[in-house]
Design a binder for this molecule. Structure first.
Ligand code: FAD
Length: 312
């Protein structure tokens, strides 16, 4: 029987929503027993959140001041010890997951499956390659632990309703001190988080300046939506890097995505593959974005975006 351990990603006392998506992926493996491990300075409130996720049998907690801020170099040795006896170790394809899971795989001498999209059996999975242009089926060796990152956009979050038991575990592994957390710098915004938002309004190169991008923020605020951008808009300095959507930015799956002045390059479309409804505003009726859009408005965004906001 599969026994799956999920590494909890968390920040400021909140479990990352991607953990509940990992649980959904784990539940796709027939008869799997699912555990979540919370490594934190104060794991109790996080463990309570994890225990409430339906389908989770047990939450393991490791309390250590070193885990006040999770970094791969310290989490991986602890995980390598805790993972003993598990057939699978899953983590989200968040920045933390992408950092820590390969380190865990290396310590367990196991090959990693990245960006798990669907489960065919306990050891066969699909994952995207070539920037999402092709889907490959991969099979992990049966005699090794399966270490995998779960592609958040491919899995809905499992809801609450669970009541898993919570157990404290101690870790004897020596945590290296060659790498230490120093500081976290992040943009502060009252707007919804780009990766979790149900609605996203994005702007591209066509905006032309940081000042002009204000019409995108204004429409997004009217709709309670998060703001995204193409790489061209980010590279031109109209918006900060963390707003980039696409292959080298964020992979998102909102219910509604509105692309304003974005051509629809394949690297951008990779980031919105799993979006529900796509709306495109572009003055070029031949723009590739219209091939994937459910609704298209051909025209000047500087006229259409304010009009749309007014109509809302
Ligand atoms: P453009 O392609 O210049 O398109 C601007 C669009 O705006 C055009 O379609 C134009 O018709 C329209 N327009 C102009 N004026 C107006 C107006 N007034 N009203 C309405 N429409 C107007 N890109 C990403 O977005 N995300 C990524 O993660 C990413 N990763 C990449 C990784 C690699 C390895 C490479 C090589 C490229 C990557 N790119 C990525 C870049 C990508 O190839 C495109 O260059 C980029 O997405 C283009 O951004 P854009 O659509 O804003 O600009």
């Amino acid at each position: 029987m599969s026994k799956i351990l999920i590494v909890a990603d968390h920040l400021n006392g909140q479990l990352n929503g991607a953990v509940a998506r990992c649980v959904t992926a784990a539940r796709a493996i027939d008869g799997a027993e699912i555990h979540i491990v919370v490594l934190a300075a104060d794991p109790a409130p996080l463990a309570a959140q994890a225990a409430a996720i339906e389908g989770v049998a047990k939450v393991l907690t490791v309390a250590n001041a070193a885990f006040a801020h999770l970094i791969a170099q310290q989490v991986a040795p602890a995980m390598a010890q805790i993972a003993t006896g598990y057939s699978h170790v899953f983590g989200p394809s968040s920045s933390f997951g992408k950092d820590v899971m390969p380190a865990i795989a290396a310590l367990l001498d196991a090959p990693q499956v990245s960006d798990l999209m669907s489960v065919e059996s306990s050891h066969r999975f699909t994952r995207p390659i070539y920037a999402g242009n092709a889907i490959i089926t991969v099979e992990a060796p049966a005699d090794k632990t399966v270490v995998a990152t779960v592609r958040s956009a491919s899995w809905p979050a499992t809801g609450n309703g669970g009541a898993a038991s919570i157990e404290t575990v101690s870790v004897e592994a020596t945590l290296p001190n060659h790498t230490q957390f120093v500081e976290l710098k992040q943009g502060s915004s009252d707007r919804p988080d780009l990766q979790a938002a149900a609605k996203v309004v994005s702007g591209g190169r066509a905006l032309g300046s940081a000042e002009a991008f204000s019409i995108i923020y204004s429409l997004a605020d009217k709709m309670g939506a998060a703001v995204g951008a193409s790489r061209a808009a980010v590279d031109a300095g109209y918006v900060p890097n963390e707003l980039q959507v696409g292959q080298t930015g964020k992979i998102i799956a909102p219910e509604l995505y509105i692309a304003c002045g974005i051509s629809g390059a394949i690297q951008h479309l990779t980031g919105i593959k799993d979006a529900g409804t796509i709306v495109a505003i572009n003055k070029d009726s031949e723009a590739p974005i219209f091939e994937v859009a459910d609704f298209g408005l051909v025209g000047d965004l500087f006229t259409l975006v304010p009009e749309l906001e007014k109509a809302l």
